[in-house]
Every structure is written in C-alpha cells, then in structure tokens.
Design a protein around this ligand. Structure first.
Ligand code: EAX
Length: 317
C-alpha cells in the first residue's frame, strides 16, 4: 500500500505549481499578455498544476527574476530590455529603428531570435520559450518636446538596467539613469529623472501621464518581452507541461501582437486626453545620430554585423 501513496506524493511535489512572474503592471500590454497566457496555460494544465502568477515586480524586478529562474524559485518569467545582460546578441533590439513593423518582427523572431539568440541564451543557462510584445518605445519627459536628438541634451532619462539602452541615450546627448521599472513613477514625480522611454501601454499602465507633460513618438526600438525559463528548470518539467506551456505561449504571441497594434492606435488619444503634449520626432535626424550604436554592436558582439545584415534583409520580404 505504501508504494502507490509515495508515487502520488512525489508526482504532486514535482510540479504542483508553476510560478510565473513579470515586472510590468496588470494594465500594460505585458500584464494583459501575461494574464492571457496564465489563463490559457491553466486551462491546459487542468487541476494537475496550479499557475501562480505575479506582476508589477511583486516577487522581484526583472534582474531579480533572472536570479530566481536560475535558483529555481520561479519557473517562468517575462524578461524584456535587460536580456542583453544575459547575452549581448540580444542588443539587436537596441539598434534604433531596426524593426520596421510587426511582420518584420515575426520574421526576425523565426530566423534570428529562435535560432541564434535562443542558442546564446541556452549557453548562458536560459531557455527562451516565446517572444511576446513589450512594444515600440516612445519618450516622455517633463521639460520639453523632443524633436531631434539635441532636444535630449542634458535631460536625465531613466532607462532599463541595460548598458545598451544607456549607450543609445548617451549617443543622442541625454544623461541616462538606469533603474528598475517599479521605481520609475516616484523618480519622475520627485524629479530625480526628467523622463523615461517605454511603450505606450507601459506609460499608461503605470500612469506616467500624471507626472509627465511631453510624449514624443519616436518608435526608437521595438522591445520584445521573452517568456523565459532556466535551461535546467525547463528540462526538469514533464513533457506534457512543456507542451502546454509552449502551445499556450505560441497562441499568446499572436494575441499579444494584435493587441499591441490595437493599443498603439488607441493610447495616443488616451494620453493626449490626459493632458500630455504629443509630437512625432524627426525620425531622419534620430536615424542619422544612431550610427555609433550600430557600430558598437558590430564591434562588441560576435557575428554582430552579420546579425544586423540578416535582420535588415528581412525587412522587405
Ligand atoms: O516592465 O523596464 C522597462 O522599462 C521595461 O519596459 C519593462 O519591461 C517594464
């Protein structure tokens, strides 16, 4: 009688819960996406496993989530702009104006992310499950409208904790200040920083319009959010759980990109109605001053120039 009882116990102890976390707020696209995924996954897993979902950095900002994945206390996390700290090739998404639109993104995802970049992550002990959308990033600040890079001169702009995003803003003349997303609202409110850069749904999701006057639409980078596991943690999941995660994540990718497009179209009005002054940046001027970032990527990332060329060649298919 004892053997079957032990078998039951060990099965349930193995994977009775899947801990999943993101840094963003519930109302941001990544929050909506994470909830969508949680629901799909829970439906697939049924009663066998409980998906435990945390948002807003409740159990850690993205850097801490990376550590928790490695420690095994978190099974799945959404990791966005700090991915180049894992493997520098991910800074492909810190090359300004590289991603043309979401169709281009999907081609890059299939031909570069899920092959080359996923391999680089695997070598660093992380398993990429899927590429979701954080979104096209825009600049907000409390001082003035940003039209050309010179307008950023001396402005303190919060960036994610990635040297590539700080390099980008330094190149444009700003004074970048990296910090975790959950600290940004207070930093903007108290004037510790003048501005920040994020997709519209993160801006609205965290109510930055309450503490920022100017929204400059730059679309300077497309920032994905990667559903990530530790390589070891992933291997230790039962096959059926892996498949449930993979299938739910793939469905979620489609949902997220469609939702991202919808939100980009509607949130400019929402933010304008909230009192923000909105302008379009001079894209050509920004493209022109972004060259040093491409040069840095080609120099510092192994095979960097080839990745740039391949990504660019996927723009026109
Ligand atoms: O949860 O840190 C950031 O600005 C990123 O956009 C992050 O994904 C927000």
């Amino acid at each position: 009688m004892i053997a079957p009882l032990l078998a039951t116990l060990s099965t349930s102890a193995l994977a009775d819960k899947i801990v999943f976390a993101i840094g963003g707020t519930p109302h941001s696209l990544q929050g909506l996406t994470a909830q969508h995924f949680t629901d799909l996954l829970q439906e697939r897993l049924g009663d066998a496993h409980q998906v435990e979902y945390y948002h807003s950095g409740q159990i850690g900002d993205e850097r801490q989530l990376l550590q928790k994945l490695r420690l095994g206390t978190v099974n799945l996390a959404g990791i966005s702009s700090i991915m180049p700290t894992v493997a520098p090739s991910f800074a492909l998404f810190d090359l300004p104006f590289l991603v043309k639109d979401r169709d281009h993104l999907l081609r890059i995802d299939k031909d570069i992310v899920m092959t080359d970049l996923a391999q680089d992550a695997e070598e660093k002990g992380l398993h990429l499950v899927s590429t979701w959308e954080n979104g096209f990033r825009q600049i907000t600040n409390s001082k003035r409208a940003i039209n050309v890079p010179d307008d950023l001169d001396g402005l303190k702009i919060r960036t994610p904790q990635s040297e590539w995003r700080t390099l980008m803003f330094k190149t444009w003349g700003a004074n970048p200040t990296p910090m975790a997303f959950s600290e940004v609202f207070v930093a903007l409110q108290t004037g510790v920083v003048d501005g920040q850069e994020n997709p519209l749904s993160n801006i609205d999701g965290a109510k930055f319009q309450e503490v920022q006057d100017y929204l400059s639409l730059s679309n300077h980078v497309y920032s994905p959010i990667w559903l990530t596991a530790s390589a070891k943690g992933w291997e230790s999941l039962p096959d059926d759980v892996q498949s449930a995660i993979q299938e739910s994540a793939a469905e979620t990718q489609q949902w997220a990109l469609a939702k991202g497009l919808e939100l980009d179209n509607e949130l400019v009005t929402t933010l304008e109605d909230a009192g923000m002054q909105v302008n379009q940046v001079d894209r050509a001027a920004f493209v022109e001053s972004s060259r040093p970032v491409y040069e840095a990527y080609a120099e510092q990332v192994e095979g960097g120039q080839e990745l740039i060329d391949r990504a660019l060649s996927l723009a026109e298919e």
